[in-house]
Design a protein around this ligand. Structure first.
Ligand SMILES: [Zn+2]
Length: 91
């Protein structure tokens, strides 16, 4: 299967984060906005989202903020400073 058909997603910094399915149609919003947007995204029933118990992010925002990645090799490449802590031993 070519990478373009690979729909798997990865959480580079998985501690405390879970992918959840919104089980109700109660009004709940994504914790982030798109740049330039005035509103938060309404999460709808059945929507998959990233959740740490306090904050919820729609998958679009989670991908944009690099909390999710489609890059299976993320762990081999330069780790994004805003997502992962720097390596312990830099020589
Ligand atoms: Zn969002």
């Amino acid at each position: 299967m070519s990478p373009s058909h690979d729909r798997r997603l990865y959480v580079p910094h998985p501690e405390n984060w879970a992918i959840k399915t919104k089980a109700s149609f109660d009004r709940e919003y994504c914790h982030a906005k798109f740049p330039g947007d005035e509103h938060y995204h309404l999460l709808v029933g059945g929507e998959l989202h990233l959740d740490n118990g306090e904050q919820k992010y729609c998958l679009d925002c989670a991908l944009r903020l690099e909390m999710l990645t489609a890059d299976r090799m993320y762990w081999q490449k330069g780790r994004a400073a805003n997502v992962l802590p720097p390596p312990d031993n830099e020589t």
